[in-house]
Design a protein around this ligand. Structure first.
Ligand code: ASP
Length: 323
């Protein structure tokens, strides 16, 4: 699941605030990957996080605070593969990754492979704001967390029956399940533009079910899963992390805007619908440019996504037919 939201400048559409969220869906409802109830619970969780982040913008808060709040809400919801609902590694653990970036300063922070951190996005922000580093890993990240008085949880906090059953199917060699179905993956993220014209992006994930060897995906990699630069756009990605790292997805979208003079929609389309499929990379992104233009694109069957524009209603969608 991913969420994005932005405040439009008002020059394009007169809107004061805009909020958009999205999440990838790779499963087919006809195959029963998701029942209707789960789908509506996921939509409800997405809408709730949307409201949380939008409220920050509406109260005059920064895009950084807004994306942080939205991602925390998704990390706390056991239905999403981040924080509480993180998927399991092959050896039955939970290893979490997260990152955050501020478009005005290009400051960034990230953590990967943490196992006892309730809200990895908050720790990523601590790294950004209170360390000399960008990316901390595993026990080192947790050592840093302790110095910041950070809240630790036992591994059991991340246990959910649904995720454990998914692991058991993988362990039993269920090849009917694609490694990329929503049952196994699904990152959460947010992008935003605030009333000061500042962009921000944040991403958090449990990674992929059955991952091993301390594998790290794209989500904590600045430039791959997350990027924000006021000169172009903010991007958060969900998808097959190995390919997203190789394609430097989030940075490539911004670079196409800055150097190639593409607009946001063209840049996102080129990367998500041309570059990634050519590399067999399934997934999508949410992106917002400095003018408040929002693009959510994916090359999977669908993507949970939600939006709210100033004076408008929140919208949550799954399939391509929706905006
Ligand atoms: N990008 C995540 C990873 O590779 C997984 C996902 O977004 O579904 O860890």
């Amino acid at each position: 699941m991913m969420i994005a939201f932005t405040r439009a400048t008002g020059q394009r559409n007169g809107a004061r605030h805009v909020w958009i969220g999205y999440s990838r869906w790779s499963g087919n409802p006809a195959t029963g990957r998701h029942d209707r109830g789960t789908g509506s619970a996921l939509s409800g969780g997405l809408a709730g996080a949307l409201a949380t982040g939008y409220a920050v913008l509406e109260a005059g808060g920064t895009s950084l605070d807004a994306v942080t709040a939205a991602v925390v809400a998704l990390e706390d919801n056991p239905l999403f593969n981040a924080g509480h609902g993180a998927v399991f590694t092959l050896d039955g653990r939970n290893e979490l990754d997260a990152s955050i970036m501020e478009g005005r300063t290009l400051a960034a922070g990230a953590v990967c492979g943490v196992t006892r951190i309730k809200n990895p996005v908050l720790l990523a922000r601590e790294v950004m704001e209170h360390s000399d580093f960008v990316l901390l890993s595993g026990t080192g990240a947790e050592e840093f967390a302790a110095t910041r008085g950070y809240e630790f949880v036992p591994q059991s906090y991340f246990y959910t029956d649904a995720r454990w059953r998914q692991l058991e199917r993988i362990r039993a060699g269920d090849t009917g399940l694609s490694a990329l179905t929503i049952a196994h993956v699904g990152t959460v993220g947010a992008v935003a533009l605030d009333q000061h014209g500042d962009l921000a992006a944040a991403t958090s994930t449990g990674g992929m079910t059955g991952k091993r060897y301390r594998r790290i995906g794209d989500s904590p990699i600045i430039g791959a899963g997350t990027y924000a630069d006021n000169r172009c756009c903010a991007v958060s990605a969900t998808g097959h992390g190995e390919v997203f790292i190789r394609a430097a997805v989030a940075h490539d979208i911004g670079a196409r805007m800055r150097y190639g003079h593409s607009d946001l929609a063209a840049a996102v389309r080129e990367v998500v619908l041309e570059v990634l499929p050519a590399m067999h990379g399934e997934g999508g992104v949410i992106a917002i440019d400095a003018r408040g233009e929002i693009v959510m694109e994916f090359n999977a069957e669908g993507m949970f996504r939600a939006s709210r524009r100033a004076g408008g209603e929140a919208e949550v969608h799954i399939y391509r037919a929706a905006p």
